[in-house]
Ligand binder design. Structure first.
Ligand code: 5GP
Ligand code: ZN
Length: 113
């Protein structure tokens, strides 16, 4: 997807502050952080949102969850705590149409909203 910003970040075409990567996923710092620590975790494969992970092989969702934990560990917030969330569609406020999980932490995040 040449016109997808997160495909281009995952491929290294657009520079970003990558904190962890493997063959399937990349974690990098959000350009406009909403907390002291704010990472985005994306699959290298272009899929639009969580609604589409049904076509993944069974173990890939598990790998994604484990990758999110490793990314949190990498930036030192695994034990202090963090919030992992993904926005889906218009009501979810999804701006970039490539599946991504936000990992927020490094401070007390307070109530959910
Ligand atoms: P969404 O609203 O789609 O859930 O979140 C999109 C996120 O992507 C936002 O938090 C925004 O700051 C981040 N973002 C958008 N463009 C870029 C970019 O070019 N680089 C990085 N590192 N983050 C971006
Ligand atoms: Zn993409």
């Amino acid at each position: 997807m040449d016109d997808c910003i997160f495909c281009r970040i995952a491929s290294g075409d657009i520079p970003s502050e990558i904190v962890l990567e493997d063959g399937d996923f990349v974690a990098f710092r959000d350009i406009d952080p909403k907390a002291s620590e704010h990472l985005l975790v994306v699959p290298r494969e272009h899929i639009v949102s969580l609604n589409d992970v049904g076509r993944w092989p069974g173990n890939k969702g598990q790998s994604l969850l484990e990758f999110i934990v490793r990314a949190a560990e990498q930036v030192g917030i695994k034990e202090s705590g963090y919030r992992a969330l993904t926005n889906v569609g218009p009501d979810g406020g999804q701006e970039v149409q490539h599946l991504h999980f936000h990992i927020l932490g490094g401070e007390d995040l307070g109530d959910f909203r």
